[in-house]
Design a protein around this ligand. Structure first.
Ligand code: TYD
Length: 391
């Protein structure tokens, strides 16, 4: 059942070389499946269409994520000692670089990004995650006791194939750890921009546990983390390997049921709130435009593509975006065609207001832009509600 219509959207990470580059748009509808409790976007693109040899997203572009992966890797090394680790969707190696090269293997389909991992000396196979890849890996490297995947599994259309493939390489007593944005946090923060073509699914404990059950897997521990606006780390095992179930699992289940994650009405209400959020953001920006304020964007994220296209915000309102990713520089944001420039520290001589495209890194950005804030510069956010933020 559809609960959210985000209008016509381009593919989020297809930055345009110039303003008359052709691009296709599709209707971004978001669905709640009453039976499986899975939340997904209606039009699901194949990995081949989205993850190619010119992918512009690098996981290491924020200090927050680099530090988070480093800390978690340290934790895992302590707990799992010298176990072999496989990472599905290793991107530029920001997580795997913390492990001994001879015990780790990464899978990454975007060859330009995989090359960045390889330059770090990491073992990386440039392939999509599927049963064929899993069988090849098993033949060459055997089973793995530890499999990790952050912000990747929810990007793959065929979830049954994903978990069948995992079952092929995970050892019987092994641990699978999945880390993805949390549906509960998304609803609480009204973070509708977590929906775009790459985020095919947003998991909740309720939906993921049902799906895993079909694949004879179960969640034995849960950790809520602040990354990407609120994510969950799910610790998973095969059913044949009995493990004590941590109390965090029951706590998460109760929280999700209490919030109404099993009920369509909860999602429907969210749909209404998103519409209100759109009108409010548009009003704020229109007022600033009337006052001739210099407004730019901060962080040309995929999330921002959803917001800008849904709210129809163009470069008459937001002049340009600053972003730290080289692959995005001197290009244009899909759909709304706002230019993306190489990041420069904010200065009130050039900028009055900066719209937080990367609101999930607000803390890190505030730290970097202390001077801007102290001298009267302001940010605009739409999370959890559209508002102007000042020092
Ligand atoms: P992220 O939320 O990971 O993006 P997405 O919505 O695409 O998943 O944000 C990362 C983007 O934000 C990336 O393009 C780099 C940019 N960024 C900056 O430009 N400056 C910053 O200080 C931070 C933290 C991110």
């Amino acid at each position: 059942m559809i609960f959210l219509d985000l209008g016509y959207q381009p593919l989020a990470n297809e930055y345009l070389k110039n303003t008359n580059s052709k691009e296709k748009k599709y209707r971004l509808l978001v669905d709640f499946n009453k039976k499986s409790k899975i939340v997904s976007i209606k039009k699901k693109f194949s990995s081949k269409k989205m993850f190619k040899n010119n992918y512009p997203y690098r996981s290491s572009m924020s200090k927050t994520m680099t530090q988070s992966f480093k800390t978690f890797a340290k934790d895992l090394k302590k707990k799992f000692k010298k176990k072999k680790i496989l990472e599905i969707g290793c991107n530029d190696g920001v997580f795997l670089e913390n492990f001994n090269k001879s015990f780790s293997l990464g899978i990454e389909p975007c060859s330009n990004i995989a090359q960045l991992s390889k330059k770090k000396g990491l073992n990386v196979i440039i392939k999509y995650w599927n049963q064929r890849t899993a069988l090849k890996i098993r033949k060459k490297f055997g089973h793995f006791d530890l499999i990790y995947s952050a912000n990747t599994i929810t990007h793959i259309k065929n979830l049954n194939d994903v978990f069948k493939s995992i079952n092929l390489v995970l050892s019987d007593t092994g641990t699978l750890i999945i880390q993805d944005p949390s549906m509960l946090e998304l609803l609480k923060k009204n973070a509708y921009d977590q929906f775009y073509n790459e985020h095919i699914y947003v998991f909740s404990y309720v939906s993921l546990s049902k799906l895993l059950d079909k694949h004879k897997l179960y969640i034995y521990k849960i950790k809520n983390i602040s990354e990407h606006g609120g994510s969950i780390r799910y610790f998973i095992k095969k059913k044949i390997s009995k493990n004590v179930i941590d109390k965090s699992v029951k706590i998460q289940l109760q929280k999700e049921i209490k919030f109404g994650l099993k009920k369509f009405t909860t999602y429907k209400k969210f749909g209404f709130d998103v519409n209100k959020s759109k009108n409010k953001l548009k009003n704020i920006l229109a007022k600033l435009k009337n006052l001739n304020k210099k407004v730019i964007g901060y962080g040309a994220t995929a999330k921002a593509v959803t917001v800008l296209n849904y709210c129809n915000i163009g470069n008459d309102i937001i002049k340009f975006f600053y972003d730290t990713t080289p692959e995005k520089h001197n290009k244009f944001i899909p759909g709304v065609k706002i230019p993306v420039k190489k990041y420069r520290i904010l200065n009130t001589k050039e900028v009055d207001y900066a719209f937080l495209g990367a609101w999930n890194f607000k803390k890190e950005i505030y730290q970097k832009e202390k001077k801007f804030l102290k001298s009267g510069g302001k940010f605009i956010t739409h999370i959890p509600k559209p508002k102007i933020l000042s020092y």
